[in-house]
Write a protein that binds this ligand. Structure first.
Ligand code: NAP
Length: 254
């Protein structure tokens, strides 16, 4: 549907699928850790990376759902190298951090930093660039006008789940940008970027029943399905990715 079918600078349109975008890529020898791989964008990312020969580690909080997704991937791609590992991104929830900020930012921040030394050593020894991709959202614009209000994160008065979502997604972008700045300073061969995957029908809106029903009915006409999700940065620029960028389904935005 125009204008969504129009191709961007990447050569792909809003509706291009991850399979189309990664056509011809050989990911063998690479390892990718995919969070949220039990559903939606994460499970499709895991499937397509496995299809391209990448060893995929599905980091999921629900091991049985993770095992079902793995089973479906291996059934379709018998050569797929997929492992399922338990990861609850809110395992620090006892610290009392607002749930969306804890899941979307703090959990991923912690995971990234636990893996960082390993990634640096691997990229140095293998001479293969490491990549950190934070799945942010255009919804980062819902954050407070001042940006992230750390003093209001646990403030229940006037709580808005949209603002909370927005500031967690803004944190994803700022985290990638700061990582990128540090990598450049240290001369580390790792890129860090964030992306908006497009508007895709997934389980994301399951706690907003009215909007969820709307997206699965009327929204079907304009929203994307999970096959049309986010792997674009892999092929937006051949060779090294531009660092500290927010990618969009048809190219780089910022
Ligand atoms: N769909 C869109 O239109 C859209 C647009 C912009 C950005 N995004 C971003 O895309 C990402 C994926 O969303 P989606 O649309 O694919 O939603 P989804 O289908 O609801 O998937 C969310 C995934 O996160 C996992 N998860 C939730 N809490 C977790 C925790 N505490 N520990 C570990 N895993 C946890 C879920 O696991 P369970 O299966 O156990 O629940 C599920 O696998 C999100 O960051 C979202 O903000 C989506």
């Amino acid at each position: 549907m125009w204008p969504f079918n129009r191709k961007g600078p990447s050569g792909f349109s809003w509706y291009s699928t991850a399979e189309e975008v990664t056509q011809g890529l050989d990911g063998s020898g690479l390892t990718a850790i995919v969070t949220g791989a039990s559903s939606g964008i994460g499970s499709e990312t895991a499937r397509v990376l496995a299809l391209r020969g990448v060893h995929v580690v599905m980091a999921v909080r629900n091991l049985s759902t993770g095992a079902s997704v793995k089973e479906a991937i291996v059934k379709e791609i018998p050569t797929a190298k997929v492992d399922v590992m338990e990861l609850d991104l809110t395992s620090m929830a006892s610290d009392g951090i607002e749930l969306q900020f804890a899941t979307n930012h703090v959990g991923h921040f912690l995971l990234t930093h636990l893996l960082l030394e390993n990634m640096k050593n691997t990229s140095r020894e293998s001479k293969i660039e490491g990549r950190i991709v934070n799945v942010s959202s255009e919804g980062h614009r819902f954050a407070f006008r001042e940006g992230i209000c750390f003093d209001k994160i646990n403030d229940q008065s006037g709580y808005s789940s949209w603002t909370a979502y927005g500031q967690s997604k803004l944190a994803n972008i700022l985290h990638a940008n700061e990582l990128s700045r540090r990598f450049e300073e240290e001369g580390v061969e790792i890129t860090a970027n964030s992306l908006h995957p497009g508007s895709i029908i997934t389980n994301l809106l399951r706690y907003h029943s009215f909007i969820d029903v709307l997206s699965r009915t009327v929204g079907k006409l304009v929203l994307k399905n999970v096959q049309q999700d986010k792997l674009r940065p892999v092929k937006d620029h051949t060779g090294k990715l531009s660092d500290a960028s927010l990618y969009h389904p048809v190219g780089r935005m910022v």
